[in-house]
Design a protein around this ligand. Structure first.
Ligand SMILES: [Zn+2]
Length: 246
C-alpha cells in the first residue's frame, strides 16, 4: 500500500458517517480524486483546518489497488484561501471554481496547466476586490484547456465571418451563430466583447488585474458559462447563485 505525496487544492468536503469526511481534491500529481479523511469531524482532528474549501495543501495519500476511494494520511497547508471567503461574493466565486473543476476535470488525469490556472485565479480573488475578471479568465481557460472553445470569428452554422454584428448563442449552443443562422431566443455577444476576451485572457492574470475590468466582462462570462453548462449538460448551481449576487 504505497504512500504518495502530492500537492492539491481542496474542492469541497462532505460528511461520511459520524466522524469522517470525504474530500474532493484536485491534486497536482494524481489528478482529481476523492479521498476519505478518517476522524476529520472529531473536535481534535489531526486535519485541523487544512481541509477548508479551496485550501492549497500538501498531502500524503494511501493508494490501494482496485479501490475507488483513497485514504488521506496527513495534510499540511501551503496557502489558505479561507479568510477571503468572508466576502460573500468571493465565497460564491470560490464555490463556482470548485463546481466547474469537479464537472470538467476528468478523474485521475494530471493537468498541470489547469492546476496553475486554479492557483492563479484563487490568488487573484484573494488580492483584488474584483470577482468578474478572475472568473472570466478562469472560464476562458477552462473552456480552452478542456478543448471546447468555439471559433470566435466564424458562424458555427454556415461558416461565415461573424464580423461587426458579433455572435449569437442560446442554451445548449456549443458555438456562435451569425444573425441569419441564430436560433430563436438567442442572446447576442458583441463583436467588441469577443475580441476583448481574446486579448485580455491571453495576458497574465496579475497584469490584467492592475487595470479596470474591461467593458463586456460580464457578457463574456455569461456566454462562456453557458458553454460549460451545454458541454456538461447540467446547470451549475453556483452560477445561478452568483447571478443573484455577483
Ligand atoms: Zn451563419
Amino acid at each position: 500500500m504505497p504512500l504518495r505525496e502530492t500537492e492539491a487544492v481542496v474542492l469541497r468536503t462532505y460528511r461520511l458517517g459520524e466522524a469522517d469526511k470525504i474530500a474532493s481534491l484536485f491534486t497536482r500529481q494524481l489528478g482529481r480524486l476523492r479521498a476519505v479523511a478518517r476522524g476529520a469531524l472529531r473536535p481534535k482532528s489531526r486535519y485541523g483546518g487544512t481541509l477548508e474549501p479551496l485550501s492549497y495543501v500538501r498531502l500524503w495519500i494511501f493508494e490501494r489497488e482496485n479501490r475507488d476511494l483513497l485514504h488521506l494520511n496527513s495534510v499540511e497547508i501551503i496557502e489558505s484561501f479561507f479568510d477571503m471567503q468572508r466576502d460573500y461574493r468571493v465565497q460564491l466565486a470560490a464555490q463556482y471554481l470548485a463546481e466547474v473543476g469537479e464537472r470538467l476535470l476528468p478523474e485521475r488525469e494530471i493537468n498541470e496547466r489547469v492546476f496553475r490556472l486554479l492557483l492563479a485565479v484563487l490568488r487573484a480573488l484573494k488580492h483584488s476586490n474584483e470577482v468578474n475578471c478572475p472568473l472570466l479568465y478562469f472560464d476562458y481557460w477552462m473552456v480552452r484547456l478542456s478543448g471546447f472553445l468555439p471559433d470566435f470569428e466564424a458562424c458555427a452554422g454556415c461558416g461565415k465571418a461573424l464580423g461587426e454584428d458579433g455572435g449569437y448563442y442560446t442554451g445548449g449552443s456549443e458555438g456562435l451563430f451569425c444573425h441569419d443562422c441564430r436560433p430563436s431566443g438567442a442572446t447576442r455577444v458583441a463583436a467588441a466583447t469577443l475580441s476583448m476576451v481574446q486579448t485580455a485572457c491571453r495576458q497574465p492574470l496579475d497584469k490584467w488585474l492592475q487595470e479596470k475590468p474591461p467593458v463586456g466582462t460580464r457578457e463574456a462570462r455569461l456566454f462562456l458559462e453557458e458553454l460549460i453548462e451545454s458541454h456538461t449538460e447540467k446547470k451549475l448551481i453556483s452560477k445561478k447563485m452568483m447571478e443573484e449576487e455577483v
